[in-house]
Design a protein around this ligand. Structure first.
Ligand code: COA
Length: 688
């Protein structure tokens, strides 16, 4: 029997089988809730029905509330209304879970009287990742089934819990092979009818342990979080809601949870995190990739250059089970690169992150040589040699003659023109950029650089490769510095100017770290190595950075840079570096003045927004949200602001243009607002 557009109900031997089919993920949108309410009401009213099974068609049981609806406000029947009806249902209800039962989906399952799951199912309450907490009883029911400690962990982390763990914790009652879930759920319902089993309501259960023990667990958990949650509002609200579950009767706890949820829904942090959720999903859609374009199969990858980047890049593929052939010019350089890879894996094994077998498997997939010809059977070759255009052009020309005709050639360059590299080959349509970010085996960002000549298939392959190696692939245009580094250059320029005009490196770092970046620009330079891009022979003490390099202050690796570092890499502002900054400023005629934190922040960040607007106007990024993904993923821009473009929209573009004009009047052309930014600001529009 069809009930509405997305729900069916079939009565088989006293059991009503209710099924929702609302692709892609059976989110609990208004039509889904309405269908479930009608189905439940009709099953309750039907005297021939003695038990009910709730299930979903397609890839998953309900994967949550409908996130798009969160911005538009509740529509009746609400999830709360649906769950109240479900809980009070006088006939036993079994929820049959497969796929990813998340958020509102798990809240619904916890309200049903019994839960059975496929062995490969996963469950979770990921709302904190959207700046929210469960708002339909999740924080009240989960502690009642699995105890306060596991509930706090699951709710504040938002992690997916696999079926085995869910069974152990009591979140589900039974596991069965995925193929037999429907039949097993039905049989269980018959069994419940036959044994006269009660409607077992989680809300009526007591939470395990004494009140004192429960409080002790909450206090210990809160203390153990330290700074981890300090800037995010949702995890603290989740802890308060679990505390309410402990201290208050069920109905009052539910009301406390609701109040926290409603407050978070209005919080700009949640709007920012929801923006990033959809921003991530938009990445796979591009007007530069035709719908018909299929990614090419990648069975074997070549990496040229076994330096830090090349080695890190190779590890990504090995980790994903893809064979890699690593090539270096000399046997010594190759051995150096290989030993770093081996050392990295050994250290992961020592920390318990990888088993010895996993290390052996990965290293077994790695071949190496000093001969480019050995790349002839690779489907994708990534160049990761030093940043020199002539060397890259020569390499691309040679590779073109060696690799098979179908192979794709990629460059890991951070700045150089990839179109030119393509023109050095007879296959420019099969050339693209794959710009990894340091440390390449850890950082999740991958800029997939599109040239004018690259084919749809080549670009689709770039994005598919990113997904396979668990990176976040962002398609960007072929411009100097692409998206990330082009915007970074704006910030770095201002940071370098500010320390001559009157601030000190640690002032600039402190302001940006207070804003939420994990590391300010000077601490970052110390970490990366002061000498990246430094040329010893051409060095002429023409910048503070050159002088630091000339004095051997190369950053953390020499235990001295802008900061001094102790054995455990703790940084203290360096008086030597400070002297260098002050002397350099004096020699170059700067009259130092006090600089406010506000000026530091605005001068570092508003030019980045301005550059982002230029990048959009030029089509180097397709969407403002792509820029937000680059910065939140690759550079640690605080997620609770939604990325630089979303943040700028919240600050107000008219205000940003006004401040840029102000700085332009004081310090000149670096602050001229771009036409695009001016136009949108004047129209009262937004970048996103
Ligand atoms: N509400 C609305 N739309 C949702 C959704 C939700 N809860 N969950 C997923 N979608 C949409 C996605 O936006 C995407 O739409 P698109 O194809 O138009 O871009 C589509 O469903 C598929 O999602 P995707 O994430 O690409 O698929 P996946 O198989 O990689 O992952 C999930 C599936 C369910 C694990 C993942 O989408 C997810 O984590 N969703 C959010 C779950 C959640 O937070 N629930 C609590 C909500 S309060």
């Amino acid at each position: 029997m069809k009930i509405g557009d997305v729900t069916t109900m079939e009565i088989v031997n006293q059991v009503a089988i209710v099924q929702t089919d609302a692709p892609p993920v059976n989110a609990l949108a208004a039509p889904v809730r309405a269908g479930l309410v009608t189905a439940l009401q009709s099953a309750i009213a039907d005297p021939s029905v003695h038990a009910i099974v709730l299930s979903c068609a397609g890839r998953t049981f309900h994967a949550g509330a409908d996130i798009t609806e969160l911005s538009t406000g509740p529509v009746s029947p609400t999830l709360g209304e649906l769950l109240a009806l479900l809980e009070q249902c006088p006939k036993p209800v079994v929820a049959a879970l497969h796929g990813t039962t998340l958020g509102g989906g798990l809240e619904l399952a916890l309200t049903a009287h019994y839960r059975i799951a496929a062995e490969d199912a996963r469950v979770g309450l990921p709302e904190v990742q959207l700046g929210l907490i469960p708002g339909a009883g999740g924080t009240q029911r989960l502690p009642r089934v699995c105890g306060v400690g596991p509930a706090l962990d699951i709710i504040t982390s938002g992690r997916h819990v696999n079926a085995g763990e869910a069974l152990t914790l009591g979140i589900v009652d039974r596991l069965v092979p995925a193929a037999s879930l429907a039949a097993a759920a039905r049989e269980w319902a018959h069994e419940l009818i036959a044994t006269g089993a009660p409607c077992r309501r989680v809300s009526e259960r007591a939470i395990e342990g004494t009140r004192d023990a429960q409080h002790a667990v909450i206090s210990a958990f809160t203390a153990a979080q330290g700074k981890a949650f300090s800037r995010l509002h949702a995890p603290a609200a989740a802890i308060r809601a679990v505390q309410a579950a402990v201290d208050q009767p069920f109905a009052a706890g539910l009301a406390s949870e609701r109040a926290e949820f409603v407050k978070l829904l209005q919080d700009p942090q949640s709007r920012a995190l929801r923006h990033l959720f959809f921003a991530e999903r938009a990445l796979s859609k591009s007007r530069f990739i035709s719908k018909e374009a299929a990614p090419l199969p990648i069975h074997r990858v070549g990496v040229v250059g076994a330096g830090t980047m090349g080695g890190g890049i190779a590890m990504n593929f090995l980790n994903a089970g893809i064979p890699v052939h690593l090539v270096e010019v000399s046997a010594e350089a190759l051995e150096r690169g290989l030993s770093v890879i081996r050392r990295n894996y050994a250290s992961s094994a020592a920390k318990g992150k990888l088993t010895a077998e996993a290390v052996t498997t990965r290293l077994g997939l790695l071949a190496s040589s000093t001969d480019l010809a050995s790349l002839s059977d690779c489907d994708l070759v990534i160049e990761a040699i030093y940043e020199n255009m002539d060397a890259k052009l020569e390499l691309f020309g040679r590779l073109d003659g060696l690799v098979k005709p179908s192979a794709i050639l990629a460059s890991n360059t951070s700045y150089l023109d990839i179109e030119r590299m393509g023109q050095a080959t007879r296959r420019p349509q099969q050339v693209l950029g794959l710009h990894f970010f340091s440390p390449a085996n850890v950082n999740r960002l991958l800029e997939v650089v599109r040239t004018a000549s690259a084919s749809s298939e080549t670009l689709a392959t770039g994005l598919a490769v990113a997904k396979r190696i668990r990176k976040l692939g962002v398609l960007v245009g072929n411009a100097h510095g692409f998206v990330g580094n082009r915007m970074l250059a704006q910030r770095q320029r201002e940071a370098d100017k500010l320390i001559l005009e009157g601030a000190l490196p640690w002032d600039v770092d402190r302001v940006l770290e207070t804003f939420g970046l994990p590391m300010g620009p000077f601490r970052m330079r110390d970490l990366a190595g002061m000498d990246i891009g430094w040329n010893r022979t051409a060095s002429a003490s023409s910048t503070v950075r050159e002088i630091l390099c000339e004095q051997g202050r190369l950053g953390q690796k020499t235990k001295s840079g802008y900061y001094d570092y102790d054995e455990s890499r703790r940084a203290t502002p360096s008086t030597v570096a400070e002297r260098i900054v002050l002397d350099f400023a004096a020699e170059h005629g700067y009259v130092r003045r006090p600089i406010s934190d506000e000026e530091i922040l605005e001068r570092c960040l508003y030019p980045m927004v301005n550059e982002g607007a230029r990048i959009l106007a030029e089509g180097i990024a397709e969407r403002a949200s792509d820029i937000d993904m680059v910065w939140t993923t690759g550079y640690g821009w605080p997620v609770w602001t939604g990325g630089p473009m979303h943040w700028a929209d919240q600050v107000g573009l008219a205000h940003i243009v006004e401040r840029l004009r102000h700085y332009e009047s004081l310090y000149g052309a670096d602050f001229v607002p771009s036409e695009h930014l001016q136009r949108i600001a004047a129209a009262g529009g937004s970048l996103g």
